[in-house]
Design a protein around this ligand. Structure first.
Ligand code: GAP
Length: 445
């Protein structure tokens, strides 16, 4: 199993992911994607969109504003309940999430209602100073506040959305009134969400600025159990076949009632064997009609759907598969990261599926100082670029060093132009995973 610090180091060294605002000493809980990271992240997001939206007849996309009318968060319950239990150490004044401090032996968090006395009775020490002297546990709302317009007072307060889901619920009526899709149908959205996490941690696993990919799937209330099972199956197909994550690293966790979000009657978390342990990769929740009823109450608008065949009118119930982009990126990187030995030398290799590798091919001349090789290699490079787009050029160092670099960034195939190429128009293709080198005609590439 890869170590987290090795992945973090590779990500920085090769330009996948940097600490946010690195040049000013960083900004906790924020991360910036560099040239290779943005390529990987976009491919993952596009793959998700294709699987869940483009390839299905029952899904439509939306893209809602990040700053929403503050009534949204009162209606959704986030203003009152989107909080984590915060506890302060009276000795060193370190602040922590009380439920995370009190992780059980099975690795799942204790209830969010944990008290100071429970922490003390369980002998839980401050992770910073090692003392046991806790203050009262307080509920800390995680929404980021901002002000809209020129005047900053209580009337101009707004929030950065803590989940993309509400941008879907607030558009449900627009879609039903104007598009009137057959039920069941899903509305999908990808976009940024913001949470003032008490302790952002573990690289991109828990961030304060994150990206979500969510579906609100609207169903007849009688159908929720069947459709929950079907969507859960689709989640497995997506993760194991489309994303090509190893099935043995993926586990279902039936979240007990005490630990579920305020809106959920059933939640299954999909946990993944990250380098930090088995942790939540995504979740699928049965949100009942909680959200649409809240929107109906707060807006005074009718949220009913009229069945096209039976004429029955009802407020649909909702099943929500919710993915975090950063966690999917981290899962793909963790599964791909390998270390092995080639010719007695340690090699780091990202065995990324071809669909997610930032570059599909690397093209290089065997020798950089032979103009005839460079010229031929540039021609091959242009041919492949035209055909595939994501092709890179490398003429630095010697060929062995170039292979090491391309292995580290996950390029599946290196194409090398040598003197034989000038004679017979063939090139060497070297495979990242098998290390096999084969000779292929340029026009067959
Ligand atoms: N709309 C439901 C919802 O937001 P959630 O379990 O709070 O549910 C859904 O979040 C997913 O978003 C998680 O499974 C995870 O992948 C991702 N996520 C949540 N908080 C995150 C954070 N602080 N950093 C990175 N990803 C996060």
């Amino acid at each position: 199993m890869a170590k987290l610090e090795d992945i973090v180091s590779l990500c920085k060294r090769r330009g996948f992911i940097f600490q946010g605002s690195d040049v000013y000493g960083g900004m906790a809980g924020t991360w910036d994607f560099g040239p290779l990271g943005v390529a990987l992240k976009r491919k993952i997001m596009q793959t998700w969109w294709k699987y869940w939206v483009e390839d299905r007849e029952d899904m439509l996309g939306v893209d809602a504003a990040i700053i929403m009318n503050p009534k949204t968060w009162v209606a959704s319950g986030h203003a009152a309940t989107f909080a984590d239990p915060l506890v302060e150490c009276n000795e060193c004044h370190g602040r922590f999430r009380a439920d995370k401090l009190a992780k059980t032996a099975e690795g799942h968090d204790l209830s969010a209602n944990i008290t100071k006395d429970q922490l003390i009775n369980a002998g839980i020490k401050c992770p910073t100073c090692g003392k046991i002297n806790w203050g009262e546990v307080k509920q800390f709302n995680m929404m980021f506040e901002t002000h809209v317009g020129a005047v900053s007072d209580e009337t101009s307060v707004a929030y950065l959305r803590p989940e993309t889901a509400q941008g879907i619920f607030t558009n449900y009526k627009n879609v039903v009134d104007n598009v009137y899709p057959d039920l069941p149908f899903g509305l999908a959205q990808q976009g940024k969400a913001f949470r003032n996490e008490i302790s952002p941690r573990d690289f991109i696993f828990r961030c304060r600025e994150l990206e979500q990919m969510e579906i609100e799937y609207f169903v007849h209330p009688n159908d929720w159990e069947r459709i929950f099972t079907e969507l859960l199956r689709d989640v497995h197909v997506f993760l194991e076949e489309t994303m090509q994550l190893p099935a043995n690293m993926i586990h279902e966790y039936e979240v007990p009632a005490d630990d579920r979000a305020h809106y959920s009657k059933r939640t299954v978390d999909i946990e993944f064997d990250f380098p930090i342990g088995s942790e939540e990769l995504m979740g699928i929740a049965y949100r009942t009609d909680f959200d649409l009823q809240n929107v109906a109450r707060a807006s005074g608008k009718n949220m009913e759907y009229r069945d096209k065949k039976t004429g029955e009118s009802f407020v649909p119930h909702v099943i929500e598969p919710s993915f975090g982009v950063e966690r999917l990126v981290m899962a793909v990187l963790s599964a791909a990261y390998h270390e092995d030995e080639v010719n007695g030398e340690k090699r780091t290799v990202l065995k990324l599926p071809e669909a997610f590798a930032p570059f599909r091919f690397c093209v290089s001349p065997l020798l950089k100082n032979k103009p005839e090789l460079v010229e031929k290699a540039r021609t091959v490079y242009q041919i492949l670029r035209k055909k595939y787009g994501n092709v890179t050029w490398d003429d630095s160092g010697n060929i062995g060093k170039r292979y090491r670099k391309q292995d580290e960034i996950g390029t599946p195939k290196c194409v090398v132009i040598d003197f034989d190429t000038l004679e017979d128009d063939t090139v060497t293709i070297r495979d990242r995973d098998t290390l096999a080198q084969t000779r292929v005609k340029i026009n067959e590439l």
